[in-house]
Write a protein that binds this ligand. Structure first.
Ligand code: PGA
Length: 265
């Protein structure tokens, strides 16, 4: 199976891992490196600095889980792009369903964050995905299109100029997050095709071809390989299973093996 965009393996730690646990995680992580496998970790804000220092000799890029669109100002409890840049952070997660569900994130605030962070030079992982109810009503494609068009509205504005690999999209069906239920490889591939086609129709073949689309939702070592078989599945955003260095290391190894097989085929 050809993987023209390589593979991205990303860990979303959510509200887990103190600084001590972060140190421990990286001291135990066996990181298989492969030139076409990119590894990103999204620790909680308080552990970012420790994570950067502890992963200094590892091929891991670091991201923040939630960043405001303004650079400074009266926004109690928020952090900004310049603040994370100072820590050596290159990525930001935007629009995660838990932010949408529990903290009032909307397509509009997702757009503001996406555009501002890309413009500030970060790589942005934009999360989209349908709820269980939307899934049961057969609204998956409609919701994905609404969310992606909400976050990247027009070809000539905001995020559009950054569809060169700096914007990554994570398709995470809400019903599969933290539930142990995973989309089948066919369901994931189908959703990714909808996303890629929307990018293609609005921004052209080049932008669409350069944008990595990751799957997320109960990914673990035992189901990663088959999910990656989808030609439009360019990696995985992993929550629970990314917290254990052994499992995360195993998933990096699976991705590296996949790319080696790809090169040999
Ligand atoms: P999960 O979380 O792997 O624990 O389902 C994925 C995510 O929310 O990014």
């Amino acid at each position: 199976m050809q993987k023209p965009r390589g593979i991205v393996i990303a860990g979303n730690w959510k509200m887990n891992h103190t600084q001590e646990e972060t140190q421990n995680f990286f001291s135990k992580l066996q990181c298989t490196s492969h030139p076409q496998v990119k590894c990103i970790a999204f620790p909680p804000t308080t552990s970012l600095q420790t994570a950067v220092a502890a992963s200094r000799d590892l091929p891991v890029e670091m991201g923040a889980q939630n960043v405001h669109w303004e650079k400074t100002g009266a926004f109690t409890g928020e952090i900004s792009g310049p603040m994370i840049r100072e820590l050596g952070i290159s990525h930001a997660l935007v629009g995660h369903s838990e932010r949408r569900q529990y903290f009032g994130e909307t397509n509009e605030t997702t757009r503001l964050r996406t555009e501002s962070l890309l413009e500030q030079g970060f790589q942005v992982m934009l999360c989209i995905g349908e709820t269980q109810e939307q899934y049961e009503k057969g609204q998956t494609s409609k919701v994905l299109i609404e969310q992606i068009q909400g976050a990247i509205p027009k070809a000539d504005s905001g995020a559009a100029p950054y569809l060169d690999g700096r914007l990554l999209i994570a398709y995470e069906p809400v019903w599969a997050i933290g539930t142990g239920l995973t989309a089948t490889p066919q369901q994931a591939e189908q959703a990714h095709q909808v996303i890629r086609k929307n990018l293609w129709d609005r921004f052209g073949i080049e932008a669409s071809g350069k944008t990595p689309i990751l799957y997320g939702g109960s990914v673990k070592p035992s189901n990663l390989a088959e999910l990656l078989d989808g030609p439009n599945v360019d990696g995985a955003l992993i929550g629970g299973a990314s917290l254990k260095p052994h499992d995360f290391g195993e998933m990096l190894q699976i991705a590296a093996q996949k790319m080696s097989e790809d090169a040999a085929s």
